[in-house]
Ligand binder design. Sequence first.
Ligand SMILES: Cc1cc2nc3c(=O)[nH]c(=O)nc-3n(C[C@H](O)[C@H](O)[C@H](O)COP(=O)(O)OP(=O)(O)OC[C@H]3O[C@@H](n4cnc5c(N)ncnc54)[C@H](O)[C@@H]3O)c2cc1C
Length: 375
Amino acid sequence: MSARDCDFLIIGAGIAGASAGYFLSRHGSVALLERESAPGYHTTGRSAAFYAPSYGGPNIRPLTIASGPFLRTPPDGFTGTPLLTDRGALYIARHDQIAALDAFEAALRPFEPDIVRMDAAQARERCGVLRADYVASALFEPECADLDVNAVHQGFLRGLRQRGGSVITDATALSIVRADGKWVVETPSGVWRAPVLVNAAGAWADQVARLAGLKPIGMRPLRRTIVILPPPPLFSPHWPVVLDVDDQFYFKPESGRILASPADETPSDPVDAQPEEIDVAIAVDRIQQAADIPVRRVENKWAGLRTFSPDRTPVVGFDNQGAGFFWFVGQGGYGIQTAPMMGRLAESLIVDRRMPEELAGFDVTAATYDPDRFD
Ligand SMILES: Cc1cc2nc3c(=O)[nH]c(=O)nc-3n(C[C@H](O)[C@H](O)[C@H](O)COP(=O)(O)OP(=O)(O)OC[C@H]3O[C@@H](n4cnc5c(N)ncnc54)[C@H](O)[C@@H]3O)c2cc1C
């Protein structure tokens, strides 16, 4: 089978591969290879869909904040619907968690001066089902918003196609070799060849590196469970996302129902993740301890893999052994809210070999995300 040439070859058409392809297609031809018959089948299609600048720590926050302008005012033609809808986040603490809430507030306030510390009564005004004997204090983050994940993902894919890029489904990368200065990738849907190969394979990123004959990083796919519960009698679609300050659970209104998670992080192989009954039970138990939400049945449930690098910071940069092999992995639990800036970061490091100007004011450098840090 003869190989088709392009400038940038990307493996994985989740939000990571789609965002990289969107920005790289401004500089040359892009082929985006996806194993499944539809992009977004794995982690990207299974998220909780919120944007919270506080979420993820100091190396994630710049990516989230710098993605805000794109998500609030996307480029012309990117989408017909708003990508962000204001919701707010309420981090809650029991009496024994007050010190954790104090520390969280102190870390956050320099970046988000608009956060509001609340007592139990004020927290219950925001979300009427919170139990008076559970919540002692809370922190409200107004910047948190609902994200239209599908609109963001499709916007990237559409933009990539409009600039002449291709999205090829049912295209598992089966073999990857370097020949004559190019990466040659064989799939059931054809053979592609490019000088630059972007590894955006999510939970499968180490497998892809091994296929290319390179050292894996030690990426860790961690399973997380979501349950959909019927609305309680006092339901309001305007409640904020309610999160335990120690990351033990969260819940929020979603299409007239309650979306909840036990915030589980169970190590997994890279697989089509499925929810375990025990995690569903833990979700229901933790939510019911904190809130007056009677659960007669679980209406829906799913699980997805949040894939982290060993230091939980994304890995973005060229491999120092494989010429032209670019890592774009480790988006963990923040890959949607950071996608615009992550895509720009990949574009800038690949095309200009430097950090994008949008990240200039933040305390991160190319070394923060470089795969070399694991050597
Ligand atoms: C329960 C849950 C809640 C979350 N909530 C949020 C949230 O509220 N906000 C937020 O920002 N993020 C959230 N996330 C995280 C976010 O969903 C991920 O960071 C993001 O989707 C990762 O995208 P990805 O493109 O790296 O991975 P994926 O979407 O998994 O894409 C990788 C793709 O690579 C393909 N692939 C793998 N190997 C090959 C191969 N050999 N050949 C071809 N294709 C291959 C796979 O088929 C897959 O489609 C959540 C995640 C979960 C699981």
